[in-house]
Design a protein around this ligand. Structure first.
Ligand code: F6P
Length: 359
């Protein structure tokens, strides 16, 4: 083991640079070289590698984004290429393996969510040594208690809820905050509890509009003339569908969500006469400096991935189980999404607090 490569794939999140720094610093302790792959698997196909030294990662611990760049397109197994003037998806995975061999890369550390880790698994199945590192603000990866980036996103959403509270109270309004979370409502649930939301709507629990309106009206009768609703972008009304903003061809999940907050706000005004304003938090949740929890978790994941490479453990993902960083088979992380179960302790706490979950 002489040379490791590291890439960041999929949507960015706070803490990516902290992982890259941890990988380079830890590898340096053992005399290993590290190459950074630019823009995720795009750079793997195109052979865009840059050496990463201690100097390159100096000062990046608190920086948001990724110094390597990322993309949520460019799957090497269906890489859109120009063939005789026609754009079509081609399997370019052998090009990636050839590029890795030419660059002398002994193992790949792939920092990603379900999309990038699925691609990584395919390379592992082809026999290339791969180690996954779990990233996503959505926290929807199985086999780990937590992905890095999630806690910072929750903090950002909670701060937004704090701000919405004061203006909601002044104007006696309903304020809706739409947060990210395509198929899992972890951000909405955690930020909602932390930010004192009155209603939390998540993809796992289709909501009954009457119940949402009733809980707002009940509060008003009790003298609370404002309400705060946090809704995950993937939430849907009972018997309804998720609100799709547009389709983005060429991505592993081409559905771009967005608009459930506006729909909910309109419905509350139209059918119940409740004055409502809607805020979409969007990519503010993905940007900015990681909080201390995510810096620590990212640093632990980065160093544990280098340890795994030195132990010759491949086809695995480093994961958080309790306070320990462990190694789990990569396929366990991507076989299934981690949604909020009905028995989730925080969901139960939310209900005990009297928060309306829409069902
Ligand atoms: O990282 C996951 C996520 O934040 C989802 O919650 C969201 O739907 C998606 O990324 C949006 O990604 P992008 O705007 O980069 O296409």
């Amino acid at each position: 083991m002489h040379k490791l490569a590291v890439l960041t794939g999929g949507g960015d999140c706070p803490g990516l640079n902290a992982v890259i720094r941890a990988v380079v610093r830890s590898a340096n302790q053992y005399g290993l070289e590290v190459l950074g792959i630019k823009d995720g698997f795009h750079g793997a196909v195109e052979g865009e590698f840059i050496p990463l030294t201690l100097a390159d990662v100096s000062g990046i611990l608190p920086r948001g984004g990724t110094i390597l760049g990322t993309t949520n397109r460019d799957n090497p197994f269906e890489y859109v290429s120009n063939v005789n003037g026609v754009r079509q998806p081609l399997d370019r995975s052998e090009d990636v393996l050839r590029n890795f061999q030419e660059a002398g890369i002994d193992a790949l550390l792939a920092i990603g969510g379900d999309g990038s880790l699925n691609i990584s698994l395919k390379f592992a199945e082809k026999g290339f040594p791969v180690i996954g590192i779990p990233k996503t603000i959505d926290n929807d990866l199985m086999a780990t208690d937590q992905t890095f980036g999630f806690q910072t996103a929750v903090e950002t959403a909670q701060e937004a809820l704090d701000r919405l509270h004061t203006t909601a109270e002044s104007h006696h309004r309903v304020m809706v905050l739409e947060v990210m979370g395509r198929y899992a409502g972890w951000i909405a649930l955690y930020a909602g509890v932390a930010g004192g939301a009155d209603v939390i709507l998540i993809p796992e629990i289709p909501y009954n509009l009457n119940r949402v309106a009733y809980s707002v009206q009940k509060r008003a009768k009790q003298g609370k003339k404002f309400s705060i609703i946090v809704v995950a972008e993937g939430a849907k009304p009972l018997g309804g569908e998720m609100v799709v903003d547009r389709l983005l061809p060429g991505r592993s999940d081409p559905v771009k969500l967005g608009g459930i907050g506006a729909k909910l706000g309109n419905d509350l005004e139209k059918h119940f006469g409740l004055e409502t304003r809607v805020t979409v938090l969007g990519h503010l949740q993905r940007g900015g400096s990681p909080n201390s929890y995510d810096r620590v978790l990212a640093s632990r994941y980065g160093t544990a991935a280098v340890d795994a490479a030195l132990e010759g453990k491949f086809g695995i993902m480093v994961a958080l189980h309790g306070r320990d960083i462990v190694q789990v088979p990569l396929h366990q992380a991507v076989d299934q999404l981690k949604q909020v179960p009905v028995t989730d302790p925080l969901l139960i706490t939310a209900r005990s607090l009297g928060i309306e979950m829409g069902d």
